[in-house]
Design a protein around this ligand. Sequence first.
Ligand SMILES: NC(=O)c1ccc[n+]([C@@H]2O[C@H](COP(=O)([O-])OP(=O)(O)OC[C@H]3O[C@@H](n4cnc5c(N)ncnc54)[C@H](OP(=O)(O)O)[C@@H]3O)[C@@H](O)[C@H]2O)c1
Length: 372
Amino acid sequence: MMVKEIYRAVKFICCIEFWRMSLLWTLSLVISHLRIFALRVWGHKYRNFPRQRVAPISASNRPICIITGATSGLGAAAAKALLEEGFFVILVGRSAHLLSKTKAKIHTLNENAQLETFEVDLSSFSSIMKLKNSLVQWFSDMNLHPSIQLLINNAGILATSYRTTDDGFDEMIMTNYMGAFCLTKVLLPLLIDSPVPSRIVSVSSFTHRNVYDLQVDEEFIYGKPSNFKQYPFAHIYGCSKLCVLLLSYELHQQFCKDKKSQLSVNVADPGAVKTNIMRELPQCLSQLAFLVLNLLGILQIPEKGVSSIIDAALAPPEISGMYFFGGNGRTIRSSPLSYDLMLAKRLWWISSEIFLEMKHKSERSTALSTCD
Ligand SMILES: NC(=O)c1ccc[n+]([C@@H]2O[C@H](COP(=O)([O-])OP(=O)(O)OC[C@H]3O[C@@H](n4cnc5c(N)ncnc54)[C@H](OP(=O)(O)O)[C@@H]3O)[C@@H](O)[C@H]2O)c1
């Protein structure tokens, strides 16, 4: 067993993606921290926004928050923090067992916590499509206003090998980006119908800074390995996180700029956090990475790392299109490519086409199974 693990680690170290991850990712993280440091030292004001408590819909109706990937790491920490802020929290996860375990754990800490769980696999279109109907039914059963006040697109994976979903997509792009896109599309009417200001927060990462060019076409979203011998997992992860940013800024353009609705859209980058995100790496290497990041003083525990997500979630309602990083309500600029409006439009258009295609496919198969 031990020999096998060492062999896997050595093989891993010999691949270029490992070095992209260890050197370039660390560098981009250090640069993000230096940016905050430099702004502080030179007395320039970085834009930071104080947290505000979100207003309840009515005296008996708490604001509703949906968190994806709530069974581990940052998602679980965000759920605890937002319960403290007075939200009714809906935990979304792909495993019923982990969802009930997380729910029970939160209830032992806070027996009055108002939370519900929904099982959704973000790598599956049909699973995402089912959520809206289940939610609307739940709102009606609970006698709640059918709207959402906060959506946190947090779920994500770092897949070290190429795997396809049942719909034929690259699993990492589907989970990290396309799943968030589809969920947002499905839940948008419920966010827009909110009688009080509502918000979308998507979790990106400093790793997006290492992507200097993005060819946005269907092939990219399907993630077909065209000419690579080895799956460029670190690059694909960075691309998926850049897509999360492009999606958020495009949503901001469409719904929030010029105050077209009460919706606002922000992005959060938690920095380096000790969670299960590196679970697919050989254990000795993930432990080594945590050790190095700890020595550099930039590794956080989830309860601390979650602060940029909570800052983004609780910033004043008029704040939109911002990139939260570093806690204390701080925002910095994301990479120049993430502000490419044409690229964002193109990504939106292609993702919408795929979304519609998958929606029709899912409706056809539901109709067929009803006929049977
Ligand atoms: N940790 C960091 O240093 C760091 C830095 C920057 C950005 N981020 C981002 O932060 C987010 C949270 O990650 P984390 O660090 O908290 O990692 P984590 O502990 O591995 O949590 C990831 C969560 O996503 C869920 N998930 C994965 N695939 C899913 C799917 N197909 N459907 C539904 N849920 C799914 C996982 O569910 P299971 O429990 O069922 O696996 C888990 O709850 C990710 O988007 C990640 O990219 C993390």
